[in-house]
Every structure is written in structure tokens, then in C-alpha cells.
Design a protein around this ligand. Structure first.
Ligand code: F6R
Length: 642
């Protein structure tokens, strides 16, 4: 069987838990990758090796499988290995962790549908070897059904390899808080947070089933090998609690601490709350890169509630940073250096200040008039996340273009679309419009919109965007609607990125030859729309990087509505006056279909403009608390250097 040691042989840094000083807080073996794609390929390879090894021994290979966004890339790689490298699944038996209840197998929101679409339809597994809890089973038969499911696993010889994701509640499978260590397959009530997280796939929370059938903690723990995947910043907190916290039924994933062959495979964001990542100076002596120095000094200043210039030698020495002082001399010198670094991130001239000394500014002075593309994943992220900076760039005379990457049609409610369709019909009655009205009125719960309805919804967002960009004085010819194909499925489950998406991105960048690109640098779920929109930009940059104009092109990343960069990560901070805050608010208001009860709200009930104003105010406050000037609000950017 492939073990964690084998992972090392493939180049993954591995050390048994607790062997190294910096891992002393950790109770579960874990490996961290920069990128979830690379990590997924390595996990898929571990599975493939196990399948091949078992095949050689003439034995069946029993896999426990998960659904959700985390394992998608693993399945994609397994399909590739089957198609291109002759990996056969003919001797594989699979048991899926869970299924919503009640749930039809054909429903595109079912885990049954997901597994066939992502894996089973593309490999040579025998249908009788596939086991997925049945969401159609009669309520009174569930108990016996679950006992049978357990028995089937036993009869197959037990699970050789169990793939897991993790929910924000700490659920593995759907074992929600309160689950017992020895629980078996059973029906379970889903936690509210789990239902909120699932809401986008079901369009709204009320459509999310309240129950599920899940393998138990006991079932999972019997697996001979367990690999848990976690990607994105949204998983960082629960990963820390699971790896460093005490075992508790409140966080069922902590039960894995007692499993002797478990590895957590994390990306950088999901690992970011682990003590050795977040505050490495507290666990061992570290190599003090410039980045780590700012991280540590800002952390210390926030911890002690003191501005940077007031930190003393004693403060550093008492908080694990004495060796930083050995490198840097006295607190006084280090404080001034760090204060100046932060000061130099602040600029009211995001496109560079003409005729100014650029050495202490985040952007180049030349060319004074820059060509700029603001990429916006949905038609509103531009104004939500960087409306103030957008306004300044236009005012300061740059040639600004906005490129909306997706149509955003999915986030327009039926009621909103009906309103526009009825107005159109009233003004100029047509058969097409009457079909649209009929289609919306007769739509079944969770059904996919017709192409025409999707087109109408996309047009609504297009008009709203134009209203906002006109308000910011941008000529219409500088507004581009890319309608990237990966998004156009009519459901929350998007297509994989294709060459068509990348081509569209390359083409607009080549046409404009920008000096600056702004893009949403969201680090949450790698399959979420923002992340895909970022990946497609990175792919385009990779293709174009040898072109001459790309030498002059700087890429600035803003964060979406939910998060902000950590202060130490900010390379450019653009302050806003109270008037600019109001102007930004008005620009956001033009996106009326996204106001008042937005679809996909998540567990934050604030509207986008409120969220973002709170966030921009908080960034300004953090700067002020560190001892810098007191601004009303700040928009923050991190430079991406390919
Ligand atoms: C899915 C499952 C769940 C998910 C978890 C994370 O079969 O059992 O535990 O793994 O909810 O979901 P994603 O990967 O979508 O974040």
C-alpha cells in the first residue's frame, strides 16, 4: 500500500508528526502545496499506484470516495490516467461517503450525478462495483439500508483508501458536530452552516435538503489509508482546529487524530491558520525573509495594541522574535524600516504619479498615461472591490478598460427577469418575449433556465454594468463583456476551463496591450467562479509572457467582497475620502439585481455595499492603528509577479 513515505519519494516534504520542532502543535500529518492542482495530481497518483499494485496481486482495490469541490481535480487526473496511461478500474470497487436525502439519482444536484459526471462515466469501472448511498430509499427502510451498506463494505474487504473533504463545521462525510466516534452509516440532519455552504448549488438555502445518508466516523476510521483534501482560505480555520485542537465531537474531523495512516493535503491558503505557518517565530527559529519580517512586526503591533513605532526590544524578545533583533539591530531601527515600508504602499495615484520620485511608490511614473484593464469576474466586482481606485484611474486620465469575464446571468432572480420581460412585452409585444414569460412562470424548482431566459438575465447585468461604468465616466467602447464559456451552464456547476476561455482572455490582453491589469485575486474554493477567472488570467499571461508588451505589464490583485489581503501582503493601498466612499456606493447601487436579498448571499447577511464599506473602513483603521495616517477607507492590492 502507498504510504505517506511514498509521498516523500515523489518529492513531498514529509516528516512524522511532531518530529520537527515547528510541527509540535500538530496532531495530524499534513503536507502543504502552493497549488491545489499539483496536490490533486499527486493524490490521484497515489490512488493510481494503489490500484495498479492491487491489480498485480490479483486483488480488488476498494476506494472510499468523496464529492464536492475538493476532489474534482483528483477525479479529472484519474480520468486522464485511464485515458492516456491505461489505468484500469475494472478491479476497483467504490463506496461513496454520502448522498442528500431525499434525492433522485438523476437530479443534477445529487452526488450520484456528480460522481458519474466527474468520474464513473469516463472510466471502465463495472456498474455493479459502484456504491453510492441511495437518496430515494423509503424512510422506513433507511435503517436496514445503512446496515446493508456497512456489510457491503465489510464483504468487499474494507476500504483500502478513503478520500475526504472537510466542511466548515468539521464534518467528514456528512458527520456533523455531535457525531459519535464509532458511528456507522446512518441518516443525519445537516448542520445549518453546511446547508448555507451548499445553498449556491441549490440556488437558495430553502432548496437544500435537510437530511443526508452518510457513512459514519467509525466506517471512515476503519479505512487503511485516509487522505483529506482542503483548499482555500474558507477552510483555514477548521483545518487549524482539526490539526491542532483537542479531539471533540464538536469537531468530528478531530477524530482523525487517532488514525495512524492519515495525511491532510492542503494548499497554502487552507494551511494559513496553522501555527507554524501563521506565526512561525513562535514555534522555532526561522529564516527572516522581508515578507516574514513585515508579517511578524504587524502581528506584534496588533497583538500588543501598540503602533509600530512604539514597539520595544522587550516586546520583540518576549514574543519569539529575539533573533530578528539580532539580525536587525535595535527595535528602533526595525520599527522605522517597517513603518516606512508600509508608508510607501500608500498612494492616491494607483496608475503612478507623473514626475514624482517613483522609488518610494508602488507604481511607475512612466508612462504617465497608462492603458489599463480591470478584469471583473462578475459584472459588479469592479466597483465593489475597487470602485474608488477605478474612479481615480479614470479621473487621472488613464485609458481604462473594464472586462467582465462572465455574464453573471445565474445571479439574477426569476422575479427580476420577469419584471423586465413584462415591461418589454408591454412596450412591444412579441412571441419571443411571451415565451420567456411563460418559461419563467412555469419554471419548476431548481430547473435550469432556457437559453433565452439566460440571455435576458445576462442583458440585465450588462445594462446595470454600463450604468455604473457611465457613472464613472468610462466610454462604452471601453467596456467589454467576455461571456467566458466555462460559466455558461445555467447551473452553479461550471464547465472546466477550455482553450476557448483562454483565447478570449489572450485576445483582449493582446489588443489593449495594457501597462496595468487589475484582477480578482480570490483564494477561496479553487472551483469557485472568482478563482477560475483568476486561473484563466494566469493561463493567458503564461501564453503571452514572451511578448514584448508584457514586460511593461504589471498585474495588481484585489480581493472579492468577502476577504481583504492581510496587511503585510498589501503592496498598494489606495485611500478614499468620505466623498469617494459615497461615490463608490452609488456605483454599486447601479447593480440593482444584486441588491436586497442577493442570491448566493452566504452566511453574511450584509449587502455587498455594506460589506465592502466595512472592509475598506477596517483596512484604513488597521493602517491607522499601526501608526499611519487616519483615512476614511482604503482599497488594497497585491502585486502578482508571474
Ligand atoms: C462530500 C462530503 C463532504 C464534503 C465537504 C467539503 O461527499 O462528504 O464532507 O467533502 O462538505 O465540500 P467541498 O469540497 O465542496 O468544500
Amino acid at each position: 500500500m502507498t504510504t505517506a513515505i511514498d509521498l516523500v519519494k515523489r518529492g513531498i516534504s514529509y516528516s512524522p508528526v511532531g518530529e520537527f520542532e515547528e510541527m509540535r502543535f500538530e496532531k495530524i500529518h499534513n503536507v502543504i502545496f502552493d497549488n491545489s492542482n499539483v496536490a490533486s495530481v499527486i493524490v490521484a497518483n497515489e490512488i493510481a499506484e494503489l490500484i495498479r499494485k492491487k491489480q498485480k496481486e490479483n486483488k480488488k482495490c476498494v476506494l472510499g470516495l468523496a464529492t464536492g469541490s475538493s476532489p474534482k481535480k483528483v477525479y479529472e487526473e484519474l480520468v486522464r490516467l485511464h485515458k492516456e496511461e491505461e489505468l484500469s478500474f475494472s478491479q476497483v470497487i467504490t463506496f461513496n461517503l454520502d448522498e442528500y436525502y431525499p434525492m433522485d439519482k438523476q437530479n443534477f444536484q445529487s452526488y450520484n450525478y456528480f460522481m458519474h459526471e466527474c468520474l464513473f462515466n469516463h472510466i471502465d469501472i463495472l456498474p455493479e462495483n459502484i456504491h453510492i448511498p441511495d437518496g430515494t430509499i423509503n424512510n422506513k427502510d433507511i435503517h436496514q439500508y445503512c446496515i446493508d451498506y456497512e456489510n457491503q463494505i465489510k464483504e468487499a474487504g474494507g476500504i483500502d483508501f478513503q478520500l475526504l473533504g472537510i466542511g466548515r463545521t468539521g464534518h467528514i462525510g456528512f458527520n456533523e458536530p455531535g457525531s459519535h466516534l464509532n458511528s456507522g452509516t446512518r441518516s443525519i440532519t445537516l448542520d445549518y452552516i453546511t446547508r448555507i455552504d451548499a445553498a449556491p448549488s441549490f440556488l437558495e438555502i430553502d432548496n437544500v435538503p435537510r437530511k443526508a445518508i452518510t457513512m459514519g466516523i467509525g466506517t471512515i476510521r476503519k479505512a487503511k489509508r485516509i487522505v483529506l483534501l482542503a483548499w482555500g482560505i474558507n477552510k483555514a480555520q477548521i483545518i487549524k482546529e482539526t490539526i491542532e485542537g483537542d479531539i471533540s465531537s464538536n469537531v468530528p474531523s478531530t477524530y482523525l487524530q487517532n488514525h495512524t495512516n492519515t495525511t491532510f493535503v492542503l494548499d497554502a491558503e487552507a494551511s494559513s491558520e496553522l501555527t507554524r505557518v501563521k506565526t512561525p517565530w513562535l514555534v522555532s527559529s526561522c529564516i527572516w525573509t522581508e515578507n516574514l519580517k513585515s508579517k511578524a512586526v504587524i502581528w506584534l503591533s496588533e497583538l500588543l495594541n501598540k503602533s509600530i513605532l512604539k514597539l520595544t526590544d522587550k516586546d520583540y524578545n518576549n514574543n519569539g522574535m529575539s533573533n530578528l533583533l539580532i539580525e536587525e539591530g535595535h527595535a528602533y531601527d526595525l520599527n522605522i524600516k517597517m513603518f516606512n515600508n508600509l508608508q510607501h504602499t500608500i498612494t492616491g495615484w494607483p496608475g503612478g504619479k507623473p514626475n514624482a520620485d517613483e522609488t518610494k511608490r508602488p507604481e511607475r511614473a512612466i508612462p504617465a498615461k497608462k492603458r489599463i484593464i480591470i478584469f471583473s469576474p462578475h459584472p459588479d466586482d469592479d466597483v465593489i472591490s475597487m470602485g474608488g481606485t477605478f474612479d481615480r484611474l479614470v479621473e487621472q486620465g488613464h485609458e481604462v478598460h473594464v472586462a467582465y469575464q462572465t455574464s453573471g446571468n445565474l445571479a439574477v432572480s426569476d422575479e427580476e427577469a420577469l419584471k423586465f420581460a413584462e415591461i418589454c412585452q408591454e412596450m412591444n409585444s412579441s412571441e419571443d418575449m411571451s415565451n420567456i414569460i411563460k418559461s419563467i412562470q412555469g419554471k419548476k424548482k431548481n430547473a435550469i433556465d432556457t437559453l433565452e431566459v439566460r440571455k435576458l438575465k445576462g442583458l440585465i447585468r450588462r445594462s446595470e454594468s454600463l450604468a455604473a461604468t457611465r457613472y464613472l465616466d468610462l466610454p462604452d467602447q471601453n467596456v467589454h463583456f467576455l461571456n467566458l464559456p466555462f460559466y455558461e451552464t445555467g447551473t452553479i456547476r461550471k464547465n472546466m476551463l477550455s482553450n476557448d476561455d483562454v483565447k478570449i482572455m489572450c485576445s483582449i490582453i493582446e489588443n489593449i496591450k495594457p501597462h496595468q491589469i487589475y484582477a480578482a485575486g480570490d483564494l477561496a474554493d479553487p472551483h469557485g467562479t472568482h478563482r477560475v477567472c483568476l486561473n484563466v488570467l494566469f493561463d493567458a499571461i503564461e501564453i503571452l509572457k514572451s511578448k514584448k508588451f508584457m514586460d511593461d505589464c504589471w498585474v495588481w490583485l484585489y480581493r472579492g467582497a468577502w476577504h481583504e489581503w492581510e496587511t503585510y501582503e498589501i503592496d498598494m493601498a489606495v485611500p478614499m475620502s468620505p466623498d469617494q466612499v459615497l461615490k463608490k456606493r452609488h456605483a454599486i447601487f447601479y447593480h440593482q439585481s444584486q441588491k436586497d436579498g442577493v442570491l448566493f448571499q452566504g452566511d453574511d447577511s450584509r449587502e455587498f455595499w455594506v460589506r465592502v464599506e466595512d472592509r475598506n473602513r477596517l483596512t484604513a483603521k488597521k493602517y491607522n492603528d499601526l501608526g499611519l495616517a487616519d483615512y476614511a477607507a482604503i482599497e488594497a492590492f497585491k502585486r502578482y509577479k508571474p
